[in-house]
Design a protein around this ligand. Structure first.
Ligand SMILES: NC(=O)c1ccc[n+]([C@@H]2O[C@H](COP(=O)([O-])OP(=O)(O)OC[C@H]3O[C@@H](n4cnc5c(N)ncnc54)[C@H](OP(=O)(O)O)[C@@H]3O)[C@@H](O)[C@H]2O)c1
Length: 372
């Protein structure tokens, strides 16, 4: 197996496979988004992508679209083909049976129990294999899946909407709307690609949000993310709108109160009791472990300064997506992160800027945690 020597044509076909994989952006959970392009004598003879868990993997969909043309073709796959029986049979067998001559994978399967075995199985069957083409793009497409496979925890993204002076709500708690309509549509797309949307109970009490996906751009299918509320003392009202949309709504709590649990279960919530942290609130590391056990790949946080401050302090957020609106709310308005006051500049929390984009008249800033 080699990790180098790719041609320009290889790059073009892998870029196409990545493009095709993106069609599963809103639907493949808990599986990764994967695309496959089959090429013979420079011509694409088949392509496919993984759409829903339990349905065809990308390779099988591509083989089906190619029919007999698959024999002797090169398969460009955005993730190493699987070699195990999961919900569907192994893709390695399907590729071997179809007479594929060469397989180029963008990256290995990040599951440490699998990594490399799919490519080894193909090589053992006499198929030429290569890996590592456009690997960074493939990894970015499935950043949450990769993180969960390697650490057991999902990728956490926190969304914050703020004024030019860094305020997220008025002193009264009112925060609708700081940003413009295009930013709010952008938020819907981030929500749609997430396995779960997580918030704190104070946001539920203040805003009574639904936290579901409402896309208006003709996107055909979305797997609705699970709504998750961090509510140590079960203060969520039974009538909260977050329970109403189709799909699951989970309350994570630190207490066992049979009467409250009965009311909330009857309202449609699932209740999960987790470990309490040192401050009597939910232990956030246990929350992340729980979300990983739920097989959530990307979790999207929409919460206020209290939960955001706690997540920041515990170093649990991977990315912050910040919408900066061209307005001023003044110094009485609330900040983004409730943190103990810092005594020294050396204690500040540095972030790494990934991307800046104009969305309508707002700016979207994307930051990543600096590990170290
Ligand atoms: N601009 C924006 O992007 C945006 C987004 C969302 C919300 N908001 C605004 O934010 C305001 C609410 O903010 P908030 O800061 O008061 O509430 P919050 O962050 O939404 O929720 C905080 C609550 O989460 C619960 N929690 C459970 N475990 C926790 C832990 N380990 N650490 C911290 N909190 C934990 C706590 O209640 P228990 O102790 O009872 O569990 C805590 O009071 C609202 O006005 C809303 O409009 C703004």
């Amino acid at each position: 197996m080699s990790t180098h020597e790719f041609t320009r044509e290889d790059s073009i076909h892998m870029a196409r496979a990545l493009h095709v994989a993106e069609r599963g952006l809103y639907t493949t959970d808990p599986n990764p988004r994967v695309g496959c392009v089959l090429v013979k004598q420079g011509r694409i003879v088949g392509e496919g992508w993984h759409r829903w868990a339990g349905e065809d993997h990308a390779e099988v969909a591509a083989l089906r679209s190619a029919g007999n043309d698959a024999e002797g073709a090169t398969a460009y796959v955005t993730l190493e083909p699987c070699c195990h029986h999961g919900r569907t049979p192994p893709c390695t067998q399907a590729l071997i049976r179809a007479g594929i001559a060469r397989v180029v994978a963008a990256m290995r399967d990040p599951d440490p129990r699998m990594a490399g075995n799919g490519l080894k199985a193909l090589a053992a069957a006499g198929i030429a294999t290569q890996c590592g083409l456009l690997a960074a793009d493939a990894e970015a497409l499935n950043a949450g899946f990769c993180k969960r496979m390697r650490s057991g925890r999902p990728l956490l993204r926190s969304k914050l909407a703020m004024s030019l002076d860094g305020r997220t709500a008025l002193a009264s708690g009112e925060s609708k709307w700081i940003t413009g309509e295009p930013s709010r549509r952008d938020v819907q797309r981030w929500r749609a690609r997430s396995s779960a949307i997580m918030t704190g109970v104070e946001t539920v009490l203040a805003d009574d949000p639904q936290l579901n996906v409402r896309l208006d751009d003709g996107q055909d299918a979305v797997l609705q993310p699970v709504r998750v509320i961090l509510d140590s003392a079960l203060r969520t009202p039974g009538a909260a709108r977050i329970a109403a949309p189709p799909g699951r709504a989970i309350i994570l709590t630190a207490v066992s109160q049979a009467d409250r649990q009965a009311v909330l279960s009857a309202a449609g919530f699932e209740i999960q009791t987790l470990k309490t942290g040192h401050d009597g609130r939910l232990d956030l590391a246990s929350v992340l472990d729980y979300l990983g056990r739920c097989e959530f790949n990307e979790v999207w946080v929409e919460a206020g300064p209290v939960l955001n401050g706690a997540l920041l302090r515990e170093n649990l957020v991977d990315e912050w997506i910040i919408y900066l609106a061209p307005c001023i709310l003044g110094n009485e308005a609330r900040g983004l992160f409730r943190l103990p006051s810092l005594k020294r500049m050396a204690d500040r929390h540095p972030l790494q800027l990934l991307d800046v984009r104009q969305i309508g008249s707002d700016l979207r800033l994307r930051y990543r945690r600096i590990d170290g």
